[in-house]
Design a protein around this ligand. Structure first.
Ligand SMILES: Cc1cc2nc3c(=O)[nH]c(=O)nc-3n(C[C@H](O)[C@H](O)[C@H](O)COP(=O)(O)OP(=O)(O)OC[C@H]3O[C@@H](n4cnc5c(N)ncnc54)[C@H](O)[C@@H]3O)c2cc1C
Length: 386
């Protein structure tokens, strides 16, 4: 049976595509060259309500599903843009929606939905823990009615473009818990009010990502800043992982489609040896192969999103979609690079920027090796490797 989009899903795609067309490749190249945050684009997306897609209507959001949210982000990347600037505004709020108190939901969700409040920074990764999240050392100590937090984070993105930061800490040391994922807690930090206790040092990377190292020194937060139960922060984190995987897969599908489209047009136009280079199978096969890979990844992404929206387990599909889509986008990026010859490496032709951007998702938010470990262990029943 062929997957068929509903009329409203088709309209969402068209509306987001029309919005993105107002920006285009030159806008994104300029942001990238200046290492600048795409303020105007994010504001336009926010004003149009697209970033509130997943927030229920009772809190002022659009109350759409994961499938629609994925289509929105896919269109951004398919247009030549980079949804990384705003994707976290879409899903970081899930921690509050699923685990927050009634007061937190009322206080924050409507303001996040309207775009007044930006919650798009999430501090999980630490220098010494890496992919082994339970080894984090940032520690929140109870002092009376407060928590005092000290530690370090690395690669905390969009910190300067967020009003709130979601911060993963330990509240019981690693050595004192029976299960290594126990004893972690999540806090909502107002970055403007608590800025003096957090020093953010930008990290230069090959992508325009606004990522930082955070040094947290005696950050004092009231108990109300805790999201969910103390010590259960890891399950809070887990509950948004499938959403993140599906949305990243969607962005990668968008990247893949952009590369295939760009390479196809170029291969039809560029003439060498008195014929279009696309006549050569050495040029056309990699583009065709990438198209096949992107199309297959797309189906897995839609399958994962449909299961997510139906409320049935989708961990296997979400992880496989993340893997397939990020690898397919990379394959398509390589095909586009080769198709353009020397021009692929020039800034003028945009491929090199998208190529750098597509590469990130093979590593973050989770390295693809770790996705394969999940598949090996949880789907195939192979022994745990770490
Ligand atoms: C631009 C950028 C933005 C980011 N934004 C954020 C953010 O906003 N918030 C946040 O918390 N984090 C963020 N990250 C961090 C990102 O999630 C991590 O870089 C990623 O999860 C990998 O962790 P690591 O870099 O410590 O690699 P490591 O854990 O050191 O791993 C290094 C390599 O070893 C491999 N490896 C490790 N262990 C195993 C194993 N058992 N089996 C097989 N292979 C293994 C990995 O696959 C990887 O290839 C960002 C990173 C980047 C580069």
């Amino acid at each position: 049976m062929e997957f068929e989009f509903t009329d409203s899903q088709k309209e969402i795609r068209q509306a987001v595509a029309a919005l993105c067309a107002r920006f285009g490749n030159e806008y994104w190249r300029s942001c990238d060259e200046r290492n600048a945050y795409p303020d105007e684009f994010v504001k336009t997306m926010s004003d149009a309500g697209w970033l509130a897609a997943l927030i229920p209507q009772e809190y002022g959001g659009a109350g759409l599903g994961m499938l629609e949210a994925g289509l929105i982000l896919e269109e951004v990347n398919k247009s030549g843009g980079n949804a990384v600037a705003c994707h976290a505004q879409m899903y970081t709020m899930a921690a509050i929606l699923k685990h927050g108190s009634a007061a937190q939901k009322q206080q924050y969700l409507p303001r996040i939905a309207s775009g007044e409040l930006r919650l798009q920074s999430f501090g999980v990764t630490e220098p010494d823990a890496g992919s082994e999240t339970p080894r984090i050392k940032t520690f929140a100590r109870r002092v009376g009615d407060n928590y005092v937090i000290n530690g370090q984070k690395i690669f905390t993105s969009r910190y300067q473009h967020s009003d709130m930061l979601l911060l993963l800490t330990r509240t019981t040391p690693f050595d004192e818990v029976k299960k290594k994922t126990d004893g972690m807690s999540i806090f909502l930090v107002n970055t403007k009010e608590n800025g003096s206790a957090i020093k953010a040092v930008p990290i230069a990377t090959m992508v325009n990502h606004g990522t930082n190292q955070l040094f947290i020194d005696n950050l004092v937060l009231p108990r109300e800043a805790l999201v969910g139960e103390e010590g259960k922060g890891f399950s809070c984190l887990l509950s948004s992982l499938n959403a993140e995987r599906i949305l990243v897969a969607s962005e990668s599908v968008g990247d893949g489609r952009w590369f295939v489209d760009y390479a196809t047009k170029y291969a039809n136009q560029r003439r060498v040896f008195d014929r279009p280079i696309g006549m050569n199978q050495g040029v056309q096969f990699p583009i065709a192969k990438a198209h096949v890979s992107v199309a297959a990844a797309d189906l897995m992404r839609l399958n994962a999103a449909a299961k997510f929206d139906a409320g049935v387990p989708c961990g296997a599909e979400a992880n496989m979609a993340k893997y397939l889509a990020t690898e397919a986008a990379w394959e398509a990026g390589e095909a586009a690079m080769n198709t353009l010859g020397g021009y692929g490496l020039t800034k003028e032709y945009h491929v090199e920027r998208k190529w750098r951007e597509a590469r990130l998702y093979r590593t973050a938010p989770i390295a693809n090796n770790l996705v394969l470990s999940f598949v090996a262990e949880h789907i195939l029943g192979l022994p745990r490797s770490y």
